[in-house]
Design a protein around this ligand. Structure first.
Ligand code: ATP
Ligand code: MG
Length: 586
């Protein structure tokens, strides 16, 4: 990514999905479907949307974890298409797996999607709302000869499924009469059979080259309490069965998912066509379109691994600023605009690829640079004493709030005899090219005076305790004589009597290698042990009464946010979102 694109999204860049939608709109594929308002399905569900929309997409998370940066790609894509085409994007919880799902995750997902700036209007749905319809649809499939109850053990079913090169074998129960399957299916629902003792399978083709069409299971028995339906059900639909039905009932036009579902598409189409044949669904049916998921270096984007990081306490919860969850990114100081810019910049394609974490960081920097006021913070403070400056004197210096936005004005930063400066801004033995403080050198105190370094104090262990200098009284920034003395070094500082100490967390990447857990390696071994450093910094007065989530550029250090949980006005705590420049490329 060398050339920079504009921060404000311009006209959307076309991609293969937009090409499909353009063609569908041109051919009128979906226009007769009653988008003007009236649901036309033979079996319209109570949830069938009535709002007009030219296209319908959806973001369908399973509420079994918090959303991660990969989901942001999918969210921006689906909601972005709906926005650009005058369509609607649904937020739908794919809650068909009661064991792993929780209300906490539902709430977190809603917050994250809202935070990203996406609006689903009244189109909020739950797959569990369709359980009755799905059950009836399964009964229909049995009656029509498209499904049967199989009593083989899971192991037997696995063995008879065949391989990529060998066809599978028909189940001995495959040809049982429909009435028998129907009765057994009702008994399954009524709780008369044990978990795993039987499943309902679609009857398609055990010899299909696509293993997903070899009589896939569509219902299983699970005695588990569901976070929404409680104990109403002990049979639950399989994801591959539930998802197409959810799409069809909601009148989704373009069902966009990641590439791993490509092999499921024939079943998706088979199922919807069978149900439409039976009058349970309306034509035209939704179409599934696959795109390449986001793979991002230096993080893991798999809920299973994220759950592990949280449960095993490698991080401090789901919103740990190091975690690539949207809740973590938010706490870290990343912005919705930064994520949207990122999604736009990486685009969508059918080809799997890796995106460098630095691209995400660049997007955050770009947005933060626009919106973050500048402030001064000394992260590793040591005293600078201006020996020729009167101890009882104080003068106002003026620091711009945003160098590219003069309209944001300047604020007063007082200068006094004793200042805090960065420890690394002084050395007794300067390497070549070091222009900051060393004995005999002149340096500008940014927005203040030029000072000449005269020496330093050390304690018994030889540790630096103070730096000494003398100021040149007619060099104050903004005065006519300011430029009389040329200096190469320019350092930031805060006045000791005006500064105050605050906790600052310096976050770095959670993993120390680009591909954590590559090969068979345990990804936990790749955790970066230095991903969090907590320090006490000296901050300028203007940083005292900030609100949680206020974001700033600390000059020369990077972008920081007042922590949304721990920060209080008067007692802020800051998280570093991103440094000013990438330090990992070298
Ligand atoms: P994971 O693979 O991380 O466990 P998931 O796919 O099981 O996630 P879902 O809740 O099913 O998570 O995902 C909701 C939507 O987000 C799906 O449409 C899925 O395709 C999409 N999605 C998940 N991960 C990514 C990713 N890395 N890049 C783009 N889209 C993604
Ligand atoms: Mg999934």
């Amino acid at each position: 990514m060398s050339e920079k694109k504009q921060l404000t999204p311009s006209a959307p860049v076309s991609n293969f999905i937009r090409t499909i939608i353009d063609a569908d709109l041109a051919s009128g594929k979906y226009t007769h479907r009653g988008w003007g308002g009236k649901p036309g399905a033979a079996k319209a569900h109570a949830n069938t949307p009535a709002d007009p929309a030219k296209i319908r997409t959806r973001f369908p998370p399973e509420p079994n974890g918090y959303l991660h940066f990969g989901h942001a790609k999918s969210i921006c894509l689906n909601f972005g298409l709906a926005r650009d085409y005058g369509g609607a994007c649904h937020l739908r919880f794919d809650d068909t797996n009661p064991e792993k799902e929780e209300q906490e995750y539902v709430d977190a997902i809603i917050h994250a999607v809202q935070w990203l700036g996406c609006d689903w209007g009244s189109n909020l749905y739950f797959a569990s709302d369709y359980f009755d319809f799905m059950y009836e649809a399964a009964q229909y499939l049995i009656k029509a000869g498209h499904a049967y109850v199989d009593q083989q053990s899971a192991e037997q079913m696995r063995l008879s499924r065949g391989t990529l090169t060998e066809p599978g074998k028909d189940s001995p129960w495959r040809e049982r009469p429909a009435e028998e399957s129907l009765r057994l299916f009702d008994e399954m629902r009524a709780g008369q059979h044990g978990d795993g003792s039987m499943v309902l399978r679609a009857k398609i083709d055990m010899a299909s080259p696509n293993i997903n069409l070899r009589d896939p299971a569509i219902y299983r028995i699970r005695r588990a309490t569901h976070h929404r339906t409680g104990d109403k059900w002990c049979v639950y639909p399989m994801y591959a069965y539930a998802h197409p039905i959810e799409d069809a009932l909601e009148r989704i036009t373009h069902s966009i998912c990641t590439l791993e579902f490509q092999d499921q598409r024939p079943f998706y189409d088979w199922l919807l066509e069978r149900l439409a044949e039976g009058g349970l669904l309306d034509q035209p049916l939704p179409q599934q379109i696959e795109f390449a998921r986001l793979n991002l270096t230096y993080v893991v984007l798999s809920k299973r691994k994220l759950v592990q990081l949280v449960n095993e306490k490698h991080v401090e919860g789901w919103d740990d600023p190091r975690l690539p969850t949207l809740a973590g990114g938010r706490r870290r100081g990343y912005t919705p605009e930064g994520f949207r810019l990122f999604a736009e910049r990486i685009g969508v394609s059918k080809a799997d690829s890796w995106i460098d974490f630095a691209i995400l960081e660049d997007c955050m920097r770009e947005h933060l640079n626009e919106v973050a006021p500048r402030r001064i913070a000394v992260l590793d403070p040591v005293k600078l004493i201006i020996d020729n400056y009167p101890a009882d004197q104080q003068e106002d210096c003026h620091a711009p709030n945003h160098p590219q936005k003069p309209e944001l004005g300047k604020r007063v930063v007082p200068i006094t005899r004793e200042l805090w400066i960065e420890r690394e801004d002084f050395t007794e033995t300067p390497p070549k090219g070091y222009f900051r403080l060393f004995p005999g050198n002149n340096v500008r105190l940014r927005y203040g005076y030029v000072v000449k370094c005269t020496g330093c104090d050390k304690d018994a262990q030889g540790k630096l305790t103070a730096v000494h200098c003398e100021y040149l009284p007619d060099t104050k920034s903004g005065t006519p004589a300011a430029d009389k003395v040329k200096v190469k070094g320019n350092i930031h500082w805060v006045s000791v009597p005006h500064a105050y100490a605050a906790e600052v967390r310096l976050y770095d990447r959670l993993f120390k290698v680009p591909h954590p857990g590559a090969g068979d390696r345990d990804f936990l071994l790749d955790i970066n042990p230095d991903s969090k450093k907590t320090i006490t910094a000296q901050l300028e007065t203007a940083l005292r009464d900030v609100k949680p989530e206020d974001r700033f550029q600390f000059e020369r250090h990077g972008y920081f946010v007042a922590d949304m949980r721990d920060s209080k006005p008067g007692a802020p705590k800051f998280n570093r979102a991103v440094t000013l420049r990438d330090s990992w490329q070298k």
